[in-house]
Design a protein around this ligand. Sequence first.
Ligand code: NAG
Ligand code: NAG
Ligand code: NAG
Length: 421
Amino acid sequence: MATERSAPAAWVSLLLLLLLVVVAAGCCAGAADVDEQMRRGGGRRGSRRRRAADVMVPITILNSAVHKGAVCMDGTPPAFHLDPGSGAGNRSWVVNLEGGGWCNNARTCRFRTGSRHGSSHFMERRIAFTGIMSAAPADNPDFHSWNRVKIRYCDSASFAGDTYDEALKLHFRGQRIWEAAIEHLLAAGMASAKQVLLTGCSAGGLAAILHCDQLRALFPDGATTVKCLADGGLFLDAVDVAGGRSLRSYYGDVVAMQKVAPNLPKTCTDHLDATSCFFPQNIIDGIKTPIFLLNAAYDVWQIEQSLAPNSADPSGAWRACKFNRSACNASQLKFLQGFRDQMVAAVRSFSESGSNGLFINSCFAHCQSELTATWNNEAGGSPALHNKGIAKSVGDWYFGRAQVKAIDCPYPCDKTCRHII
Ligand SMILES: *[C@@H]1O[C@H](CO)[C@@H](O)[C@H](O)[C@H]1NC(C)=O
Ligand SMILES: *[C@@H]1O[C@H](CO)[C@@H](O)[C@H](O)[C@H]1NC(C)=O
Ligand SMILES: *[C@@H]1O[C@H](CO)[C@@H](O)[C@H](O)[C@H]1NC(C)=O
């Protein structure tokens, strides 16, 4: 009887074990995603279930970068994930710069060396490529067959700092990481690319703007189309709810601490201070490479961290509103409408260039290109402007199929939003 049972029992154990492995993987991947969304200041209530079509892409540690001084904050090598292109996409590249905030002082920078944002020791060995990074044609119609690479973010100044802090023993080598990673990719085939799209969201969206002309300069013969997409990267130099400029003060610390100034666009630093030149509104008009700005007009990260950070809201009067748009009263909504108007004003002259693109939707969101639900939901239901979703809008701009200069009417007119607060 015992022997009769042993075979099925073994099967049951194996099945249970498999189930456990699947559940465990699901749990931890899910937890990482929630963490990712917290860090970005949004998406806490959005679900991010992994789908069968989402490919898990392994990490490549770029050891050869170390001798160039291109290292994460703790001195570990930088890293990227590459999903090679195929067929018609084999000579086209999406280069994605990972986002994830910044750090501005000894405490916050040291803290990040114990996380994937400061050390490749802590980076996931495999990550899901979704949205604009997806290999699934239905999810990502224009770029699915391209070589798609995500350069991991471990410097804390949008890949633009360059110094070593002797007292803190911290490396701030974002610019070197950018250069070493791109050099590696050029040697790995990108040098003969027909098409390149530099992209990123949040701090990575800012990085895509900062490095856009630098990338194009590496393809001097004009045989390669280079364009840049900044998602959720339009951080405004805005007045906060206390009348100060919280983000300007924060950026001032980042720029000074990490020695960012020499790597900012000269067309800006030749007439403005370095901190101002870390704000896209002061650099986008001077960039020659075509850029697409994708941004929510009610950018949740900016509402929570730039307009109403705790330091500017000591009484907590904004606490309910900044985490729940339905809890905003009339005067708070008016303040947020003012922020939206500043964003629209900031892109006015940028939008006059025929080669630039825009998609500023009136949603409470932050980062819309890397989640399939917002990038291109097969079942419909993705954010749209003029009946055109984000993936189609970006594709139309990239390939010159149509001009895309879409600016939404003020909240709450848009019924296609995927609000995250
Ligand atoms: C890219 O694809 C073309 C056909 O589409 C093929 O001729 C070429 O060999 C491929 N190149 C690489 C590097 O795979
Ligand atoms: C709306 O909230 C603000 C706090 O930001 C408060 O000062 C104001 O009194 C409120 N207005 C109304 C009409 O409740
Ligand atoms: C958001 O605020 C509204 C209005 O105050 C409230 O009815 C609703 O329960 C809040 N939602 C959450 C998730 O807290």
